[in-house]
Design a protein around this ligand. Structure first.
Ligand SMILES: Nc1ncnc2c1ncn2[C@@H]1O[C@H](COP(=O)(O)OP(=O)(O)OP(=O)(O)O)[C@@H](O)[C@H]1O
Ligand SMILES: [Mg+2]
Length: 397
């Protein structure tokens, strides 16, 4: 049998790649148990839910067609309990989950950012309904299709911000669990606090009960945020956003542009056009307002992150109680840049920790501040600069 997560974790500590951390080790031990349980789990037949009504088989996707032709329901499949890893920012939740995911002895597995997963769910539900106007309930066939593709689903940053997601989640997860899917998730929010203090929170309670019933909650709360305390680069976050900062950012722009010509670029995403007015080679530059002051979403920011390895943002303001929308878009933008490994240079009114301290979503902003600290570290810049160079030479090849 291949090595499990605990052995790999210990090796990385011994090699000096990771700091030894007893809280992390405890969570990795629990993941190691799941790893062993998965290794001995018999191959599973996917349970078929009740037949959906109506719908033209001919117009269904291959997966949905197979579902509709599947035999009647089989008994619920036995499977190990999944895990819900919760804790404050920067404690290593994503790191331990990724370590587990890489070892997991399952052929069909998927690791995905939870927001991206939900976007995909909405798109697929829409497509199923469109192709089958008579279909009463597209959730069971969708769950079946997901279960056919992944026996293990690892969700990074489980969160529920949206009433549309909240409405779907309970039945979707119930169907996934019934089909034998094992779920591991990381989150900053305990299950009992998900989607609370919001309109519709009561209707969400059954979902919380399902999570508690199916997943073991393990807390990862090491004493330190590993994103902090690294050697900081002096150029990545300039305060205040004055003329001097503007000039320094121009130097950064020129350095990464590497002699490429300044030119406008249009990005296409989901039929929307998004104009980048200052771009040269791998680098682009924006004013904060043009990036976060209009209704752009995760997909737009992701398209931007993928196209430009180096992003420069001028004049990030301190945000007040009534600017929660602005702050939310900035959080989404930084999530996209961080997940994609981009380099970020910015000028701002204040250090990341002081930018948005009060108002709806200021809790989530703690994650953004932690990420910005890591993105301002010398080690991030080193890795990122290499990646930027690779991406750029690929795009020119
Ligand atoms: N034991 C450790 N030694 C050294 N670096 C670590 C250790 N644990 C985590 N890190 C690093 O710290 C950073 C933050 O870890 P990670 O992204 O896993 O945190 P997280 O708990 O998922 O945070 P968030 O809640 O913000 O998503 C990563 O770059 C990770 O590789
Ligand atoms: Mg994380």
């Amino acid at each position: 049998m291949r090595q499990g997560p605990l052995a790999v974790y210990r090796q990385r500590v011994a090699a000096g790649e990771l700091n030894g951390d007893p809280d992390q080790a405890r969570v990795v031990e629990r993941l190691d148990r799941l790893w062993r349980e998965l290794a001995t789990m018999p191959a599973r037949p996917v349970q078929a839910p009740q037949r959906a009504e109506g719908g033209a088989l001919g117009r269904l996707s291959g997966l949905a067609r197979r579902f509709l032709q599947a035999p009647a329901a089989t008994p619920v499949v036995a499977r190990p309990r999944g895990l819900y890893i919760v804790g404050r920012v920067g404690r290593g939740k994503t790191m331990v989950m990724d370590l587990f995911y890489a070892c997991a002895p399952v052929m069909k597995k998927e690791r995905v950012h939870f927001l991206r997963f939900m976007q995909d769910v909405h798109q697929k539900l829409y497509a199923l309904k469109k192709a089958n106007p008579g279909m009463a309930d597209p959730i069971p066939p969708l769950a079946h299709a997901i279960a056919e593709q992944a026996q293990l689903l690892c969700f990074d940053e489980f969160q529920v911000n949206d009433i549309a997601d909240a409405m779907i989640l309970g039945r979707l997860f119930e169907a996934l669990f019934a089909a034998g899917v094992v779920i591991v998730a990381t989150s900053n929010t305990e299950p009992g606090q998900l989607f609370q203090n919001r309109p519709g929170a009561d209707a969400f309670k059954p979902f919380i009960a399902i999570i508690r019933r199916e997943l073991d909650t393990v807390e990862l709360d090491s004493p330190r945020d590993y994103r902090r305390g690294r050697e900081q680069d002096q150029e990545t976050w300039l305060v205040p956003a004055d003329e001097r900062a503007r000039t320094r950012l121009q130097h950064v722009f020129d350095r990464y542009a590497g002699g490429e010509q300044l030119q406008p670029v249009w990005l296409e995403f989901s039929g929307r056009t998004f104009e980048v007015d200052q771009a040269a080679g791998p680098v682009c530059r924006f004013d904060f307002n043009s990036l976060c002051g209009r209704p752009l979403g995760p997909n737009d920011y992701l398209a931007l992150a993928r196209r430009f390895p180096v992003v420069i943002i001028d004049s990030i303001p301190s945000m007040g109680m009534d600017e929660a929308n602005l702050a939310r878009r900035f959080i989404t933008l930084i999530d996209a840049l961080y997940d994609n490994g981009n380099l970020l240079f910015a000028s701002a009114d204040a250090p990341p920790d002081k930018l948005f301290t009060q108002g709806e979503g200021s809790d989530a902003f703690a994650r953004t501040a932690s990420r910005l600290a890591e993105m301002g570290s010398e080690s991030w810049l080193e890795h990122g600069a290499q990646a930027a160079q690779r991406a750029h030479s690929l795009s020119r090849a």
